[in-house]
Design a protein around this ligand. Sequence first.
Ligand code: AKG
Length: 263
Amino acid sequence: MNLHTTMTSNTALSETQIAQFTRDGFLVFRGMADQATCEHMLAVATRQLQEAAQPLEFEAELGYAGAPSSLEAEGGRTVRRLRDAYHRDVCFHDWAENPRIVDKVRQLVNEPVCLTLAHHNCVMTKHPQYGTATGWHRDIRYWSFTQPDLICVWLALGEETSDNGGLRFIPGSHRLQIPRDQLDDLLFLRPEHPANQALFEQGQALELHQGDVVFFHSLLFHAAGVNTSSMVKKSVAFAYHGCSNQPLPNTRSSASADIRLSN
Ligand SMILES: O=C(O)CCC(=O)C(=O)O
């Protein structure tokens, strides 16, 4: 596996790291969140899952292949996202505003940083039985901004491997122009399209351990499999952008709060 690793980070990004992000579309920081922080977030997320604390997104609502056919079907209440993590608990709020994240994003976007609450802003879960795989996509499909440049910051609260539905990335794919016919109506790369096969072959599994954080560009193609383990996988995901990159008026992106986090 050729996915580079960045050391534990309390410091500013180096020129090399910024160049890596520009080239590959992602950066991994090992052990950026300590064990106590992750265990606390896990406990909060586990309790809120048990309580079915709203707002939730269900697998049945997403309707990906293999999802329960309705909320009433067997497994129909399988949660995909604990939405609005920012307002769920102070631990998620504080993580979203953590200066170690904001300072790095500030360097990558080279201007003041805003946090969008329009999408991501969640604890992502992947359940063993009814959690579904996610096809190759770019996260920009979730947003409408003047520029397609947001950065997702994904924290692994536990192990993430290809066995429990860990992320897969196509390094450098944020720089590719993809003809529209290679994408389906929901902007996933069509699995059967001949021109996509070479892209799929470049996909690399990302192994994350508890406390590891990956920053990735909203144009980076990524995917994730199903969870064949017996434990629910939980990750925290927030998305940031340069404050000059504004949500387009009258879109879901402009309907949610956008929080300025730096100068
Ligand atoms: O965990 C997954 O299945 C993929 C998550 C993801 O990439 C997404 O929801 O956009």
